[in-house]
Design a protein around this ligand. Structure first.
Ligand SMILES: *[C@@H]1O[C@H](CO)[C@@H](O)[C@H](O)[C@H]1NC(C)=O
Ligand SMILES: *[C@@H]1O[C@H](CO)[C@@H](O)[C@H](O)[C@H]1NC(C)=O
Ligand SMILES: *[C@@H]1O[C@H](CO)[C@@H](O)[C@H](O)[C@H]1NC(C)=O
Ligand SMILES: *[C@@H]1O[C@H](CO)[C@@H](O)[C@H](O)[C@H]1NC(C)=O
Ligand SMILES: *[C@@H]1O[C@H](CO)[C@@H](O)[C@H](O)[C@H]1NC(C)=O
Length: 810
């Protein structure tokens, strides 16, 4: 069905594309044609990648005027030499505005649709009118901007856009409604933007800013020649996040590894009026009790900007009944008016309730200051703990929204009647229920028998749990131990009194039970003293639960806090070696080599003797090939992930080695590698926008280690109580593990032997990519960005010593 990549004006109107025919770019990278994102209600002309299985639209022509029926709609060049889209009634729904006549249209392999004049000059190009995607080679100037889709199923322009700041022309900003800035890159420093130091690393991209600080400023990026086959893009999603993606042909998926602002709740007005931002990656917004989405349909499809409305909207100000819901110490966007006066709590409440347009109030118990709030309270967010403002916000709610006491105050007589009626109904229902329960017990017994028969496991060490059993074991999933990329983990106690951790997978694996079981089987067979044992699982209806041994001392990450418990040197050494052994086992001794993909302190659990056990192995495979979920649980910063994740080349076990090296640095330093200063939400959030800043420990640490200043890197809280020979060895291994070039990194097996001291460790060179992020020896939390670009050294590396015991790098 796909045609040539050009079409031209014929004698009359040249109809080139209609219905579901498309044209391809020269090398079949991109495809242009009609598409629908909402199952056929609205049709648009767009460009997408033709070479990948996941439909990804990079451009949309008629974003404002969809075509209702694509069958007889067309794209063509008209007599004036303009490109037009006509609907089935031959009405023009979209046209290019080129002044000069085009004789030919061509879809380039860059994704750019160009109109060419008779002489071959470009008279119009789609790159000047981007949709939500910024492709390599596309110039952003003050005349164009990247505007998000309204929702994933609606390509019309949404509220968020990325644009060159004007005036100034020296930085980019994300804005809401063309007006309110909620994130910026920081000022151009000559090689990068001040807020994105990782740009100065010459890896994957080169960036070019022509005429910065000038109205003619134009910014673009290109992929480096060695990555010319990598599909990569930036886009602004409908939640207002600027994201960077690379296509991985290994996982057949887009890997997202960079996203700003890092906290989705920072996106201005994301959850709309009286919407509560929880920060979840799929559904970041909620309505508080007593409120419902203002636009149910939009809310369901991920458009949260409409916010929430009172459930009992009609009864607002219809006499008594309103009360307040304490939403805690929060921050919010939007402009509000407030009236401030001094008075008691009840006067404060009364005053608000008396005025129909009052939506919330704050009352400071200490000073007696009352704040009555009018207007729209947008995108409510939990305030970070270090805020000075400790006064909770009370939102006005209807009868159903607030606590029990208040509810009992009015209309008790009516309630008594209701209670009596309810009582009778209840009795009747009890009889019915009893009958049903008996019936069900009989059926369940049959079902369970059948269910267990289905579970014909070749291994006997995995136990099949019922959902009921696990609900009882975890007391109804109440004690949450943590929340990872795959779901929440709860503490539980089995009937034999053994303690377990129950992981509830939040991933639609329904319908893939067979694969799921096969994977479980693989995981269940893997047993090693440094791997967390999978005891069993529950696979019932839509429930997917995994049951693991419970680890008393929790994840390693809990010990990397400044104010946390300090681990002794011996414990650190044990953790380092044990973790390495666990990973080495996964890589080298299992039947199928398992790449963990997500080695980090959160996934290293400590038992009651502080022995490390690696958890979450096999997960990436278990939940399908969706590595992006793994990636988004990382801190999503360059310099933390192995470079091969970013460039989209195949991921091997060496990616785990990299992450292990990063973790080793954290163990040595007793701190996190990437520390984000506590974000400060203030009412002047524009100033706060550029505060999202990082301090990268690894580049500095690597430099110190290479310069034989290991003691500077070690956790000061150890107060010198460590073995310097072992410390040096661990430190050198860490730097070997984080080499840019994966062939320079040792295998996990070699890491173990190096750590144990049976393989001599030489001094590596500092990793170039990381090193580009800092210059010199400056520390003290001040990040100095080096001016010069650096690139991956392709030089040789030799970590094997000549005193080696005979093993050479693969
Ligand atoms: C266009 O798509 C429809 C529905 O998918 C299909 O029935 C029809 O055969 C297609 N037409 C062409 C020409 O491919
Ligand atoms: C298309 O691919 C060929 C062969 O790989 C290459 O020589 C040519 O430059 C490519 N064309 C474009 C426009 O990328
Ligand atoms: C982008 O700008 C550069 C220089 O300003 C220019 O040479 C190049 O042709 C432009 N590219 C596109 C696709 O417009
Ligand atoms: C906000 O913080 C409160 C108190 O710390 C907590 O109970 C609540 O669950 C938090 N809400 C969200 C959405 O994070
Ligand atoms: C409600 O308060 C607003 C703002 O102070 C005021 O303009 C308005 O007149 C008040 N309405 C009533 C009914 O008191």
């Amino acid at each position: 069905m796909a045609a040539e990549f050009t079409f031209s004006v014929g004698s009359s109107i040249a109809v080139v594309i209609s219905g579901n025919s498309t044209i391809l770019s020269e090398n079949r990278t991109f495809e242009l044609g009609f598409f629908t994102a909402d199952a056929g209600s609205n049709w648009y002309v767009g460009i997408w990648y033709s070479s990948i299985p996941i439909r990804t639209y990079i451009w949309v022509a008629n974003r404002l005027n969809s075509v209702k029926n694509q069958k007889s709609a067309t794209i063509s060049l008209n007599e004036d030499g303009r490109m037009i889209i006509t609907d089935s009634n031959q009405l023009i729904v979209w046209t290019t505005e080129n002044a000069e006549r085009a004789a030919e249209a061509k879809l380039l392999d860059t994704g750019n649709l160009v109109l060419l004049s008779q002489t071959g000059a470009i008279v119009w190009q789609s790159f000047d009118f981007p949709a939500d995607t910024w492709l390599p080679g596309m110039n952003i100037t003050r005349n164009n901007k990247i505007v998000c889709w309204r929702s994933v199923s609606d390509p019309s322009p949404g509220n968020y856009s990325l644009r060159l700041r004007s005036p100034g022309f020296g930085e980019f900003e994300l804005v809401h409604d063309e007006e309110t800035r909620y994130w910026s890159t920081g000022i151009w420093t000559g090689s990068s933007f001040s807020g994105i130091p990782e740009m100065s690393v010459r890896y994957l991209y080169t960036f070019r800013f022509s005429n910065p600080f000038n109205p003619s400023a134009s910014f673009t990026y290109e992929t480096l020649p060695e990555f010319s086959n990598t599909l990569t893009r930036f886009s602004v999603d409908s939640f207002g996040l600027l994201k960077q993606y690379t296509w991985s042909s290994q996982t057949e998926n887009w890997n997202m590894f960079w996203s700003r602002p890092e906290n989705v709740c920072r996106v201005y007005g994301l959850c709309g009026n009286l919407g509560f931002c929880t920060g979840g990656s799929l559904r970041p917004c909620e309505c508080i009790a007593g409120y419902v989405p203002a636009d149910e349909q939009a809310w369901r499809s991920g458009g949260f900007n409409g916010g929430c409305r009172r459930d009992d909207e009609k009864s607002i100000c219809q006499g008594d009944g309103d009360g307040f819901e304490d939403v805690g110490v929060v921050n919010f966007d939007g402009s509000v008016d407030s009236v401030v006066f001094t008075g008691g709590r009840s006067l404060c409440e009364e005053t608000c309730l008396k005025n129909c347009s009052c939506v919330a109030m704050k009352h400071n118990e200490e000073s007696g200051m009352c704040n009555i709030i009018f207007g729209s309270i947008l995108n409510i967010q939990n305030l970070t703990s270090d805020s000075t403002d400790e006064i909770p916000l009370y939102i006005r709610v209807g009868r159903d929204g607030f606590n029990e006491e208040n509810k009992m105050n009015g209309g008790w007589r009516l309630k008594m009647v209701l209670i009596i009626i309810a009582g009778c109904v209840f009795m009747a229902l009890c009889f019915v229920a009893l009958a049903l329960v008996i019936l069900r017990m009989i059926r369940n017994k049959e079902k369970r028998k059948k269910f267990e028969e289905e579970m014909t496991f070749p291994v006997t060490n995995l136990k099949v749990f019922s959902h009921k059993e696990l609900t009882a074991a975890t007391s109804g999933f109440t004690e949450m131990l943590g929340h990872g990329g795959f779901g929440a983990v709860f503490r539980g106690t089995l009937s034999d009194a053994s303690e377990v951790a129950v992981k509830r997978l939040e991933h639609p694996t329904v319908g893939r039970d067979k694969e799921f079981r096969a994977e479980l089987c693989t995981i269940g067979n893997i047993q090693h003293v440094n791997l967390v044992r999978l005891r069993g699982f529950c696979l019932e209806d839509s429930h997917r639960l995994l049951v693991y041994d419970y680890m008393e001392n929790g994840p390693l990450s809990g010990y990397l806090k400044r104010d946390g418990e300090v681990l002794s040197w011996d414990v650190r050494l044990r953790i380092a070696i044990g973790t390495a052994r666990g990973i080495a086992y996964l890589h080298e001794e299992c039947r199928d080599c398992i790449v963990h993909c997500d080695i980090k302190p959160e996934n290293i659990l400590l038992d009651n003797g502080f022995n490390p056990k690696v958890s979450d192995f096999g997960m990436a495979k278990l939940i399908g090939r969706d590595f992006s979920r793994v990636l988004t649980t990382m801190r999503g910063t360059w310099g933390y992930l192995a470079p091969e994740w970013i460039s989209g080349v195949a991921i091997t076990a060496k990616a785990d080695v990299y992450s292990y090296g990063m973790t080793l640095l954290e163990i040595l330093g007793g701190r996190r590698n990437v520390e984000t200063p506590p974000s400060v939400f203030t009412s002047t959030r524009i100033e706060g926008a550029s505060q999202e800043d990082h301090w990268f420990f690894p580049p500095w640490a690597a430099r110190q280690i290479v310069d034989d200043k290991v003691s500077d890197v070690l956790d000061g809280r150890l107060q010198g109580a460590y073995n310097p020979v072992e410390a040096r060895r661990l430190a050198l291994v860490a730097v070997w593990c984080i080499q840019d070039n994966e062939s320079c990194r040792p295998t996990m097996g070699m890491v173990v032997r190096m750590l144990e001291g049976t393989l001599e460790v030489t001094v590596p060179s500092p990793p170039q990519l990381l090193q580009a992020l800092v210059s010199g020896d400056s520390f003290q939390g001040v990040r100095v960005v080096s001016g010069q670009e650096s690139s991956l050294s392709s030089g040789t590396c030799s970590f094997e010593s000549n005193k080696d015991t005979g093993v050479s790098p693969s």
